[in-house]
Ligand binder design. Structure first.
Ligand code: Z5A
Length: 211
């Protein structure tokens, strides 16, 4: 199999960071060591600055939903053109912590922005570029938010209501069904069981079996 772009998606506390480590370990077991990891928003010096603005805003000023969207795509285009595409061209694998599906789930599903507006930006930034495989970790917000409550400080988006995260999750679920390049994983299982699921999916996928 040639090098691929694999993305891990899900709401906060779904276990993306943990899954990331498992995916890297499984690829290493297959002798795939030429890989880079990315996160969105972020992953280039400019995108990391935008990440701080997206997550924390600026004191005394409301971040509008459209400004949030534009910052996310500005960060994404920097990462795509300066890191992801060059890595894929070199023959490296790319493992992404979030990508474009997040914008559909959060900005369209969660914020309620017009899909036509978001699609205009997607076409401009991504064209027909898509991940080869997306692993979507599905969990009910009431469970995942419990997992992140132990954090000392929640960021601007993490402070949203349970209803917001329910809309995000429902939008994710609507996108996942019917897309053969997105695989859903029950992230309400124990960490051990999630890793077993990832292992099974990736072994089959790497062997070229239908998922
Ligand atoms: N955002 C957006 O709105 N639009 C976009 O287009 C993009 C992003 C790209 C990025 O935040 C924010 O940007 C995010 C969406 C928005 N906003 N929010 N809120 P981030 O990168 O800082 O955070 P995150 O991506 O949401 O990741 P996270 O909060 O760190 O969650 P996670 O990586 O999925 O979870 P984790 O760190 O692996 O696990 C959290 C805890 O749960 C940890 O203690 C684990 O041990 C535990 N855990 C995980 N899985 C399990 C299971 N299965 N059982 C028990 N405990 C578990």
């Amino acid at each position: 199999m040639k090098n691929q772009f694999i993305v891990i998606e899900g709401i906060e506390g779904a276990g993306k960071t943990t899954a990331h480590e498992a995916v890297i370990a499984i690829l290493h077991e297959h002798g795939i060591n030429n890989l880079i990891v990315t996160r969105e928003p972020g992953g280039t010096p400019l995108s990391e600055k935008l990440r701080i603005l997206i997550k924390h805003g600026v004191d005394g000023e409301t971040v509008t939903d459209k400004a949030e969207l534009l910052m996310l795509y500005a960060a994404r285009v920097q990462l795509l053109e300066n890191v992801i595409k060059p890595a894929l061209s070199r023959g490296d694998w790319v493992i992404g912590d979030r990508h474009d599906l997040s914008s559909l789930a959060y900005q369209v599903g969660g914020r309620g922005l017009d899909i036509k507006l978001v699609n205009t930006l997607r076409n401009m930034v991504l064209g027909d570029f898509r991940p080869d495989l997306t692993l979507y970790l599905d969990v009910k917000p009431e469970i995942s938010l419990q997992r992140i409550l132990t954090r000392s400080k929640l960021d601007r988006i993490e402070q949203e209501s349970l209803c917001f995260f329910e809309r995000v999750r429902n939008y994710y679920l609507s996108l996942v069904s019917g897309d053969s390049k997105i695989v859903i994983i029950d992230a309400q299982q124990s960490l051990y069981e999630v890793e077993l699921s990832l292992r099974k999916i990736l072994y089959n996928w790497l062997a070229g079996k239908h998922l």
